[in-house]
Design a binder for this molecule. Structure first.
Ligand SMILES: Cc1cc2nc3c(=O)[nH]c(=O)nc-3n(C[C@H](O)[C@H](O)[C@H](O)COP(=O)(O)OP(=O)(O)OC[C@H]3O[C@@H](n4cnc5c(N)ncnc54)[C@H](O)[C@@H]3O)c2cc1C
Length: 429
């Protein structure tokens, strides 16, 4: 069988974006996907930050089935039995195409249908088992008895990327490099969403939670508004789950989260329509290893391009950008017909000039900083507790407000050297 130009493993955002650019330049490309259809195995929280990729993506996302424009940001410190929230909005969020909530089953399928309409083969229910090799270079893929020989393979097969491992580009990673997320999509009418989240039609909210939602383990909870559904979920570090004593059943975290007073009114009358669980890369910049070999490139989660910034999670725009940059690298290499590692390594240079590696590098200390258990236990317990003291009135005489606050800060240890050093370290993340 003759070699085709490129075979892409995985029809997620990285794979589809890569195929989009290749097809636009007339490069022969096949995308293979193990799921029943593109989007069926893909999961996100999720909100897509559009601005970083808007220019690059140009027409690719025109008319995309986004859910709602995020105009309201909320963060909640969830203590046991109390919480405190911050609610932020800005005119800019409403005026610009900053970020949108998405459902992957809808978005990825739509992208793949557009590609297929342009003649690209996107083959679902096709699980790649291995790579083909030729003289030390990757030369295509194997799926059961079938083979697809290709000049280049782009591994866009997600966070656990077996293709990257088979190509010797990524060693097996430690549990602390991953978190696991459980999510429900729950049906709720558009009107109820607008009312409960205080947004106009078409507008939405992104709400993150930290603290009791993970029983003080590394991770957090999320709530995103879609058109007529909400996405609610919990993410917990794999290492934290393994070390938790007594052990916690990860899916139970989501059940307990939904039962919190803070959630019951928001979710009242909603009905589950989808459940999913997925792994997330958590190592950030330090989790990015080799990005290419002879005849192979990695993009998206397969390359480790995801960023937990504490107040938000970014991965989808990294997947889109890296998929497109992989395609541009291949188009350049194709001019000389040389797909060796040394030629394809231009991919790393291109990524360094783009927000992908710049933002990952800027946040390189974040995973280490987030290892500090205080963020998931001490602060979410202390601040709501402090506010409760200030807001509680009973038959006992109320002391002066400032003194109540000061005494609370002192007795909680908030003014200790340990806490002040923790705050001081913020400048490095
Ligand atoms: C709980 C959770 C919340 C998140 N929240 C956000 C968020 O709010 N915002 C954000 O930007 N990011 C978020 N992320 C991260 C984001 O979803 C990912 O970074 C993004 O989906 C990566 O896209 P991808 O195309 O690289 O990988 P994926 O979407 O995982 O696609 C990989 C594809 O490869 C296929 N595949 C795998 N192996 C094979 C094989 N052997 N043969 C054929 N096909 C194969 C899979 O079926 C899949 O379709 C979140 C992730 C999780 C899990």
């Amino acid at each position: 069988m003759d070699k085709i130009d490129v075979v892409i493993v995985g029809a997620g955002l990285a794979g589809l974006s890569c195929a989009h650019v290749l097809a636009r330049h007339g490069v022969q490309v096949v995308v293979v996907e193990r799921g029943d259809f593109p989007g069926s195995k893909n999961m996100t929280g999720g909100r897509l930050y559009l601005l970083p990729v808007k220019n690059m993506a140009s027409d690719m996302l025109d008319g995309a089935p986004f859910e709602r424009k995020v105009v309201r940001e909320r963060w909640t410190l969830l203590g046991s039995g109390r919480s405190v929230s911050l609610d932020h909005t800005a005119e800019r969020f409403r005026e610009e195409d900053h970020s949108y909530t998405v459902l992957r089953a809808r978005l990825d399928r739509w992208l793949s249908e557009r590609l297929m309409a342009r003649g690209v083969f996107v083959i679902p229910k096709y699980r790649v088992d291995d790579l083909l090799w030729e003289g030390g270079a990757v030369a295509g893929i194997k799926a059961g008895p079938e083979e697809i020989p290709a000049h280049v393979v782009v591994a866009c097969d997600g966070v656990l990327s077996f293709m990257a491992q088979k190509a010797g580009l990524r060693p097996a990673m430690a549990p602390k490099s991953f978190a696991v997320g459980m999510k429900e999509v729950r049906e709720l009418s558009e009107e109820k969403i607008n009312d409960r989240f205080n947004v106009e039609a078409g507008e939405g909210a992104a709400h993150l939670f930290v603290g009791d939602v993970t029983k003080s383990m590394f991770g957090g909870g999320f709530l995103y508004t879609n058109r007529d559904t909400v996405s609610i979920g919990v993410v917990a570090g794999v290492n934290a789950l393994m070390q938790k004593s007594p052990a916690v059943d990860a899916p139970m975290l989501l059940e307990m989260f939904k039962e919190r007073y803070e959630m019951t009114r928001i979710l009242e009358g909603s009905k589950i329509v989808e459940y999913s669980a997925h792994v997330i890369p958590e190592a950030g910049y330090h989790g990015v290893g080799k990005l290419c070999g002879n005849g192979i490139l990695l993009a998206g989660d397969a390359a480790g391009f995801a960023l937990n910034m504490g107040v938000t999670v970014r991965g989808m725009e990294f997947a889109i950008a890296s998929g497109m940059i992989a395609a541009e690298t291949i188009i350049q290499a194709r001019e000389s017909g040389d797909f060796s590692e040394s030629t394809l390594s231009d991919y790393a240079r291109r990524l360094k000039e783009n927000f992908v590696m710049k933002d990952l590098e800027a946040a390189k200390n974040m995973p280490g900083y987030l290892e500090n258990e205080s963020f998931f236990s001490y602060y979410p317990e202390t601040f709501p507790g402090l506010l409760e003291k200030i807001m509680w009135f009973d038959e006992n005489p109320k002391g002066p407000l400032g003194k109540t606050l000061w005494d609370g800060l002192k007795s909680s240890g908030m003014l200790s050297m340990k806490r002040l050093l923790e705050l001081y370290r913020i400048r490095k993340i």
